[in-house]
Every structure is written in C-alpha cells, then in structure tokens.
Design a protein around this ligand. Structure first.
Ligand code: PLP
Length: 417
C-alpha cells in the first residue's frame, strides 16, 4: 500500500491533503495531474534538515516539474533553481525566482541562451566543454560583462541506475574529463571575460547507493585542491541531484540522511558553499496522475486490461525506463484482479502497469498513478493528437487549477497553413 501524508484514503476514497480526488476529477476532468503543496514543502524541509549543518544552497532542478506554481511553492521556501535551457530560465524567472539563485546547466547551450543567462544575472553558468568556455567568454565580452562559471566535471563514475539516467560516466556526453582539466585551467589564463568560481558534477538520477556520491565527491575534491593550488578561488562545489525516491514500496529509497551522513564530513572541510540540485526528490511523490477507466476488456487468453484515458503522452516513464508506478483505485474495493493498465495511444509501450494485482475497479471509476510529479507533465506531448492534461495544485482544503488542459485549437496554433 502506498499511502503518504499527502495522498491518503479518507474512508474508502483517496484524497490529496483534504480534497477528494473524485471531486477533482469531476471538476477538472481527466487525465489530471494533482500536486500536493504540502508534499513539496515537506520534501524540501526534509532535504534542508538533512544538510542543515553544511553551508549549502539548494537549487531545485526544474526539469523535473517546471509548472510555475510548483517552482513558486519551492522558491517561497527559499529554494533556488537549476535550469537547463533558456525556456527553463524563463519559467524560473516568471515564477519569481531571483536570478542570483539560479544556476544554468546544459551540454549544448546556444549563444542566445548564454546571452539570456548573462543578461538575467544568473549565479553561474556551468560549462561542459572547452568550446563552450570560449563561447561564454566571447559572448560575455560582447555584452561587456564578466561571466561567473563553474566547470562540470565528468567524474567517470558509473552509478547503478537505469542506463538512460546515468550521466557521470566518461562514455556519456556530459561534462569535462579529468584528462582535459589541465588545458581548461590554462585556458582561464587567456580568457578575460570569465571567472571560475565553481566545480560541478551530476552523476545521474535515482541513485540508491551513497558510495557513488562518495566516490565522485572525492574526485571533485581532488580537483578542487588542484584548482586551489593553481590560485583559483572556488566558492561553490555543486554535487548535482539524483537523490532517490520510493516508487515501489518493495524498493524503499535510501533515506536522504544517509547521503548527508556520508557527504557532510567530506565536504565541510572544503569551506565552500555546496550546491545541491534535487529534482525528483522534491517533486516525484508530490503528484499523482488521475485517470478514468474507459473500458475493461479480456482477451482470448484470459488476460485482463484496464484501458484508461491517460497515456504515455502524459507519463512516459514506464515506456522509456520500464519504471514502476503504484496504481491506486480512487475508490477502494474489496476484491482484486490481475491486469494490465494501458492507455489509448497506438504504441505497445503505452502502458502504466503489466500483470499487476489491482483493485477490481469498474469502467468509469478512477485510478491514481502515484509518484508522477517528476518527469511526468514536463515530458508530456501531443503525440496521437492528444491534449496535454490539466494540472491542479492542492493546499489543505483548497485546489487551484495551475495549468489548463490543451484545446484542439492549440494543437494547430503554430502551424502555417
Ligand atoms: C545537471 C542536473 N542536475 C540535476 C538533475 C536532477 O536530477 P534528479 O531529478 O534525479 O534529482 C539533473 C537531471 O537530469 C541534471 O541533469
């Protein structure tokens, strides 16, 4: 049973905080993302509590869920942002995040994105190649500015997670190899418009083993010491995100305190500000994807299907990473049935669960696909002519629409016909 502080049964009906999901589906239709402000807040405070003794600064990785109201909920608690594109920077600024609380990442920043970041006054750009450092220097010079940069190190640590979300291995595109660092440090002597103030890494996502962070952090600290010996004044060590969450109650995530216990003694002696970039940790368990059962069907082999009105176009994680998401019936039932939960899109990978023991819900009833807050709505698409869903933010007994559902007109509004 997946039941949290924020999503729980009241009697036999699943609620978000004090609002029944049944009522929200009636009011706003389905598929619908429902996010709990309380869950966002509790996750942020738990993270801050774990690292309280370390001078640090938490930048929510908005790629996990870039809804303006989600960003604002966290920003109001003091959280900064990690952005990965001009579009994400635009969103963070629109949500009210101060530029000096924003770090700008990305392996392929376009010149106009670099200029936008510099003109906005972000805290740091995190450079991922020698060519990018040259580009930042040139653009900063054209703008008459000095750019504060961090270099993203590729620590060559292969964290155990899904191969599509490991990013700290030298065969991946991310960051600058250790072997290149001498050249990079020398480069700073020749470039007049950039100042190196940070070292950065991000080894991947949903990493359960603290050992990978320890290994990569030790490499980062070695580089930090070399940079100091060369006369660089490094003020920030950015450890990235990747802290895990529980999607499947049978596979409990390593508590954040365990990461803190390992990392604080390593990082504190450096005497710098540590930046963390949690995305999933803050957002994943704050939302559910609410979907209505359109049809139940059974094939000639006896296999059962729930055909629901949400699809891979709203939550692609099962199709992309074979991720597990708990599925709860919004109205509890006494009996169960083993079935697949599938969406209406014309792809066999359009499923939320396979051969899963579920409440024997009826056509017209609702399922909640749990832990859908990170890498859900942000990855939604209009494939198959589908309308990207509405999003609601719940706080206590209040529910607010924070994104309207797409309309048919919006599907064609950018086409020149
Ligand atoms: C540079 C960077 N920082 C932070 C994150 C957030 O990762 P997570 O959501 O696993 O915390 C990502 C995710 O891809 C990333 O690429």
């Amino acid at each position: 049973m997946f039941d949290s502080n924020s999503f729980h049964y009241t009697g036999n009906t699943l609620s978000c905080e004090e609002v029944s999901l049944q009522e929200l589906a009636g009011r706003y239709g389905t598929p619908l993302f429902v996010t709990s402000a309380k869950s966002l807040t509790e996750s942020y405070l738990a993270f801050e509590h774990a690292f309280a003794t370390l001078p640090h600064f938490t930048c929510y990785s908005v790629k996990a869920n870039f809804n303006l109201s989600v960003i604002r909920t966290l920003a109001e608690l003091g959280c900064g942002c990690d952005v990965n594109s001009g579009g994400e920077l635009f969103r963070a600024l629109k949500a009210g995040v101060k530029p000096e609380k924003i770090v700008f990442a990305g392996v392929g920043k376009k010149p106009e994105e670099i200029a936008y970041a510099l003109e906005s006054g972000v805290l740091m750009l995190k450079a991922e190649s020698v060519s990018e450092l040259r580009a930042i220097d040139r653009i900063a010079g054209e703008l008459g500015r000095n750019a504060t940069v961090a270099i993203r190190i590729n620590p060559n640590v292969t964290a155990e997670t899904h191969p599509y979300i490991t990013t700290g291995d030298s065969k991946e595109k991310f960051g600058i190899d250790e072997a290149e660092l001498e050249e990079v440090f020398e480069l700073f002597g020749t470039l007049g418009n950039i100042t190196l103030k940070g070292l950065d890494m991000h080894i991947g996502s949903q990493i359960f083993d603290t050992g990978f962070y320890v290994e990569a952090t030790m490499k980062l600290l070695d580089i930090f010491n070399s940079a100091k010996d060369l006369g660089f004044c490094i003020e920030y060590l950015d450890i990235g995100g990747g802290f895990p969450v529980t999607y499947d109650p049978k596979k409990q995530a390593t508590p954040i305190e365990h990461f803190a216990q390992k990392l604080i003694p390593l990082l504190a002696p450096a005497g710098v500000t540590v930046i963390f970039e949690p995305g999933r940790y803050l957002a994943a368990n704050a939302s559910v994807l609410l979907t209505r059962i359109l049809y139940r069907k059974r094939n000639h082999t006896g296999k059962e299907f729930f055909v629901v009105d949400a699809a891979m176009t709203e939550l692609i994680r099962p199709a992309l990473y074979h991720s597990h998401h708990e599925i709860l019936s919004v109205t509890r039932h006494d009996s169960t049935i083993r079935a697949d939960v599938v969406g209406p899109v014309c792809e066999s990978s359009d499923f939320f669960a396979r051969h899963r023991e579920l409440d024997a819900a009826e056509e017209g009833e609702l399922f909640a696909v749990m832990s859908a807050g990170a890498y859900g709505a942000v990855m939604s698409s209009n494939y198959n002519g589908r309308l990207r869903p509405a999003e609601v933010l719940v706080s206590g007994s209040e529910a607010k629409l924070v994104r309207r559902r797409d309309t048919y007109d919006q599907l064609i509004q950018n086409e020149v016909f």
